[in-house]
Design a protein around this ligand. Sequence first.
Ligand code: ADP
Ligand code: MG
Length: 696
Amino acid sequence: MDKISSVFGNMVFNDAVMRDRLPKDVYKALKKNMEESTNLTLEVANIVASAMKNWALEKGATHFTHWFQPMTGITAEKHDSFIAPSGDGGVIMEFSGKELIKGEPDASSFPSGGIRATFEARGYTNWDPSSYAFIKDHTLCIPTAFCSYRGEALDKKTPLLRSMEALNIQALRILRLFGQYEIKRVVSTVGAEQEYFLIDKTLCEKRKDLMFCGRTLFGAKPPKNQELDDHYFGAIKPKVSAYMEELDEELWKLGVYVKTEHNEVAPSQHELAPVFTTSNIAADQNQLVMEIMKKVASNHGLICLLHEKPFAGVNGSGKHVNWSLSTDAGENLLSPGKNPGGNLKFLLFLCAVIKAVDEYQDLLRISVASAGNDHRLGGNEAPPAIISMFIGDDLEALLSAIERGEAYTNNLDRTMNIGVSVLPPFKRDTTDRNRTSPFAFTGNKFEFRMPGSGTSISCPSYMLNVTVAESLRQFADILEGSKDLETSLISLIKDTVAKHKRIIFNGNNYAEEWIVTAEGRGLLNLKSTVDALPLFTLEKNLELLKRHGIFTDIEVRARQEILLREYSNVLNIEALTMVEMANKEIIPAVSSYIKALADTAVAKKTLGSDISWELEKELISGLSSISMCLHKAVQELDNALIEANVIEEIGSSAEYYNKKILPLMKEIRIAADTLETMTASRSWPFPVYGELLFSV
Ligand code: ADP
Ligand code: MG
């Protein structure tokens, strides 16, 4: 057996293991549950638990944990051992169906946005049979959802599962119209391409900003950056390929189909792409990918940075969420296909996405909103904060022909009558790549490029699921009552295109003009998290989320509050780190350098009046005055932070951090970075950009 097959999924209680170890009827019941969301009985759970336990013990596991994704954005686990007293002073290994289904972690310190007071410690974790259990660090990890005593979602998995159900219901209604009664389930599929930086660990550890904030708060531009594009797809360096090799193997063991790895545009930046799967499993696996990436890095003397913008002026890191819809028969509903009937169906699903993205630009923007991603959106080589869609020239021409009620003939003379027509077999490369679009159609799926590298893909995925579910719901309402399906379909597609074509933009999203054009089209430009989050609770959004059972009003408000608070917290930590680095490292370092210059000047003076010490004088004067500016700005920031502390209302606090603290941080950075360029390397207190970016 080849190496990959022998390790792949080794540590996963996957379908093959289940088929092998479970009685046939139990296996069937579990599969039915996974595929059709039927309820599981306790008997079935007991048998599954016992098989899981035996399998895990054979693999050397000693503990089990309900693995969940609280609102902190990372995963949480509380380990219990399998041990139970045997009654005769010995131990037996126990794990019941009850323990598999329900956990009760005393996890009261996770953010709940006011849903749960700390004294109400009760929260439950609930087994998610649709995502496989796995073993990590001698612990059987059971993917679970996390909710409050009253069942309110406190995690990132629950809304995703809810959204998949909503999407399934509405998509099936549409498929029934096309006569596809045999289809039992439609799922959203996701492949998340993950970008990251690898930086030398010893260098990182010398910088408080990287250690505390995961990004540099200071750093002048190095002489060489990414201008030469010599890193992109370049040969992978030995240290990095050793890292990738171990990472691949660890992820294969956990059943993650990691497929491609290459260098990215920025120096020290790389990308990993797994093969797509259901959005729920993709979200779980992406959490694992991030965790394992960091862990493996430290084995290689490296640190893996998952921040969206670790280095100013250098490409940030994103996480492209490739998204599509698939039936249980394996049909990709966003694949243009070959037969005419299928094409009309494709156009309908395409229109559902177009309508969803246009009507819920705000929710999609919110789904990627974070303090870190604010630095990236609109920055180097990243999509702007404006949401628009790229569908390629062919499809755009096709849609506008339909809108005008004309036949569509493309330049290859592939004729296409509207409606009952033949859409030419759609070759992948008929859509050129548009790397600048935040939401691009790439042949048979959409690629949402705004999500940041560090955050869970759950939120962007469930927002896509629910907004598209809403389009499909409205479409189904219209079409189900129609006498002449084909005519109704064509007019529906026509109307949708007319109404929502403003969201389609195939041009360069990085161009200045686009901002103006987009404004003219009435598209939203929510530049920061603070601009975006208030729209979460707009009536239309509450209505949508409630209608499809994703969130109650309370849950939305809680999430809004958590995100705003997180924003303020992140900025608070960054600002405090800046103050500390400026006061304790930069200013003292510059002073020492000034002292050295002054000593030199004095020494020169003793050599006689024909030796000039003008140079030292000029340098000292420049350094002193800029240090003074830095000092003043730091003082101002210090005071502003005291003021920020007393603002109680969460929205006002986030607003204050955005409007007051952030600009002061910029000012401090400019002064400090100027000082860096004027100070001798040996005097500068921490590694600079050139060292950080080019040392691995
Ligand atoms: P591209 O050439 O457009 O980059 P790739 O085939 O390399 O496309 O895929 C990029 C990512 O998109 C991968 O993670 C892949 O698994 C994912 N992907 C491909 N097809 C789908 C699909 N139908 N649904 C969701 N993700 C998909
Ligand atoms: Mg990509």
